[in-house]
Design a protein around this ligand. Structure first.
Ligand code: UN1
Length: 477
């Protein structure tokens, strides 16, 4: 079946076809997806621009109802959509379904937020004058989403954009267009005026670039790599657009001597390896104090080696394949880099063969590393984690913060004192205590510091900052 782009309320063919391949089984073609041309992206932007007055005129209740309807359908179809997601992205079925539920709940959350646009009325310093502060939609927003959360990330950008009266052009990742297409199909039947929501599929070079450079797009929200994010930032800032970027991480999980070993091992196993470490929030640096180091490494090695890697849709699989050939090559290359730097690969890091051809590898745990090595400076985005031994809590904090990234961080400890201190001193946007650094709530603000993020936070009530423009009106009565 050919899946087309959604532009100005119509399903339109593109100029090129993208075959969506299952990374668990390269013989399985999920479908063909039309790639839009730059001219078609312009048409989508024009239609979003034209649709602005109609969507601005919709009442907050009409917007809320539409978002609620979208959320209801996503939740009702969780099994089918979760299966599609796991089939195209490679995360195990339970995680695929979990992500679909998250997307549905995001729409439900923003159905509520649509009713709470905010606003203020304050006394003026001048007699007889009223000051009113209101929030208005920014206008046309361009949304560019990555392959690792094929439905949740589109959801958490589209839902607030629509809730606050913006019109949308979405460009999903070229590698996983299926879930975003299914979401667009749901949105297309939810009662929006034509042009309020548009889907343009294709590569960043063509489709993404057209979105970022168009004068009619007022704001761009991007999740993806640092390299692409920085280019987008320059393009947007030089054109006076609002921009929001979520990029990489090299997130530390600190394990202190007084940690509950089971809690720490469970947090590290999940944070480092689940979903093949393909999360910007993955716990890729395990910073462990000397007194617990050997016990922690022994227990984590055993659990890591026991993880079942297989077809994402097979019930027993705890890890699926990684997403693509180039990602697999990058992951294996980083294991080699770490080995050459003096790291010890205590388990995994090897290509695996399964019944079907796919991008399988065993999760790699690397010990005897230090924080200056490339394996601890650069984001791998695969099932690869390294252990850094430190002498005490003070050194752990210094190492945790010594990175150009700052998305999430974690600490495993039974000490309230260390937990409280780490929450204050961690240079990350999100700090987790006795939990993995990944797996974040859908109603709380999401984002980081330093090289990880740029612009206002996503999600929760904080999403309003990006998707609205503040207006202040003064009236002499
Ligand atoms: C999570 O860890 O729950 O691309 C979400 C990413 C993030 C989302 C992580 N933007 O991995």
């Amino acid at each position: 079946m050919l899946h087309r782009n959604f532009i100005a309320g119509d399903w339109v063919e593109g100029t090129d076809l993208n075959r969506n391949i299952n990374p668990s089984n390269l013989d399985d073609v999920i479908g063909e997806y039309a790639r839009a041309s730059a001219a078609q992206v312009e048409a989508a932007i024009d239609s979003a621009f034209t649709a602005l007055p109609a969507w601005r005129a919709a009442t907050i209740e009409q917007r809320s109802d539409i978002l609620d309807r979208i959320g209801t359908e996503i939740l009702a179809r969780r099994d089918e959509l979760g299966r599609l997601l796991s089939r195209e992205e490679g995360k195990p079925l339970a995680d695929g379904i979990g992500e679909v539920v998250r997307a549905g709940r995001v729409f439900k959350f923003f159905a509520g937020e649509a009713l709470r646009p905010g606003g203020d009325r304050i006394p003026s310093v001048r007699a007889g004058v009223d000051v009113e502060i209101t929030r208005e939609p920014e206008g046309v927003v361009g949304l560019i989403t990555p392959w690792n959360f094929p439905i949740a990330i589109p959801a958490w950008k589209i839902a607030p954009a629509l809730a606050f009266g913006n019109t949308v052009v979405l460009k999903p990742a070229d590698l996983v267009p299926g879930s975003a297409w299914a979401l667009a199909e749901i949105i297309s039947r939810a009662g929006l005026p034509a042009g309020v929501f548009n889907l343009v599929m294709g590569a960043g070079r063509e489709v993404g670039n057209a979105l970022v450079t168009s004068p009619k797009v007022r704001a761009v929200s991007f999740t993806g790599s640092v390299e692409v994010g920085r280019t987008i930032a320059v393009e947007c800032v030089s054109r006076g657009k609002k921009v929001q970027l979520e990029m990489g991480g090299k997130n530390p999980l600190v394990v202190l001597d007084d940690a509950d070993l089971d809690v720490a091992v469970a947090a590290a196993l999940n944070g480092a390896f689940f979903q093949c470490g393909q999360r910007c929030t993955a716990s890729s640096r395990l910073v462990v104090t000397a007194g617990i180091h050997d016990r922690f490494v022994a227990a984590l090695t055993e659990k890591t080696a026991a993880l079942k890697v297989g077809d994402a849709l097979s019930p027993g699989s705890e890890l699926g394949p990684v997403v693509s050939q180039s990602q697999l090559e990058q992951d294996l290359a980083y294991v080699e880099i770490a080995r050459k730097e003096g790291g010890r690969v205590v388990t995994g890091g090897e290509r695996l063969n399964r019944d079907t051809p796919g991008y399988y590898m065993s999760p790699a745990l690397i010990t005897e590393t230090d924080n200056a090595m490339r394996i601890n400076r650069e984001e791998v985005f695969g099932p690869v984690a390294s252990v850094i031994r430190v002498k005490d809590y003070e050194e752990a904090v210094a190492v945790a913060n010594d990175t150009e990234f700052g998305l999430s961080s974690g600490i495993c400890t039974t000490s309230l004192k260390y937990a409280a201190d780490f929450k204050k001193r961690s240079a990350a946007g999100m700090v987790l205590v006795n939990l993995p650094t990944a797996g974040i709530d859908y109603h709380a603000p999401f984002g980081g510091r330093k090289g990880s993020s740029y612009g206002p936070r996503e999600q929760g009530t904080y999403a309003r900052e990006f998707y609205t423009a503040v207006k202040v009106a003064y009236t002499l009565a």
